[in-house]
Write a protein that binds this ligand. Structure first.
Ligand SMILES: [Zn+2]
Length: 221
């Protein structure tokens, strides 16, 4: 085999592998269509609630992030699309991105790769593999979504360091235990589908005893 043939063969194999992963991802999305539809509904409602009928000059920070289980460490980031031209949030176009942490060196420096993208176009899910593809990206994303719909408080609680809603660092014990800061906790009322009432969610939020006082200093805005 000439060098050229070997290169071609490698190229052919990597394309075939990517196609396989994409087909598998499409299957995973199809098998979980009901779960994804429910997640899209819940997410859209939350983002519309967060926007509170305001108009925006720039893309607002709407949506949330969830920590995935398993290795390598990963999160999914959920947010609606933004039309720069119309200066409008497109709530019918929700994007979910799997962000995978990658170690750069032994000193612990990391970077984040986009592993798998899911875009809802008026409720229809479309999955896309990104460069540096992740063979189980669709599975990890759907697994996180399933866990969230089953027990949202438990999935929020996975994020001790950063607020799941705004991403800011969490410092006090109560916030770190529930994964949401003191201001963003107000926004959980925009998840009415998930809970009978906002207070029932608060009841279910894990709180470490003794509960931190609300006057405690906290980094969050
Ligand atoms: Zn927050």
């Amino acid at each position: 085999m000439t060098e050229h043939d070997e290169r071609e063969e490698r190229r052919r194999r990597s394309i075939e592998l990517l196609n396989q992963i994409q087909r598998r991802a499409d299957e995973v999305l199809a098998e979980n269509a009901d779960v994804l539809a429910e997640f899209e509904k819940v997410t859209r409602e939350f983002c519309i609630g967060q926007a509170e009928n305001r108009t925006f000059a720039r893309r607002p920070q709407l949506g949330f992030k969830l920590v995935c289980e398993g290795d390598p460490p990963a999160r999914i980031a959920v947010r609606p699309n933004w039309s720069r031209h119309r200066k409008q949030v497109l709530f019918d176009h929700i994007n979910v991105e799997l962000m995978i942490e990658r170690k750069l060196n032994a000193e612990g420096a990391t970077t984040v790769d986009r592993g798998f993208g899911l875009a809802f176009n008026r409720g229809i899910p479309q999955g896309t593999l990104w460069a540096g593809y992740c063979p189980d990206g669709a599975e990890r994303m759907v697994g996180t979504i399933r866990g969230f719909l089953a027990d949202p408080a438990a999935v929020f609680a996975r994020s001790a360091d950063n607020c799941c809603i705004c991403g800011r660092r969490l410092t006090d014990d109560t916030s770190r235990t529930r994964g949401i800061g003191p201001e963003c906790i107000q926004t959980i009322r925009f998840f009415p589908v998930l809970w009978d009432s906002p207070t029932s969610l608060l009841d279910r939020m894990p709180v470490r005893a003794p509960a931190a006082r609300s006057t405690q200093e906290e980094v969050q805005g």
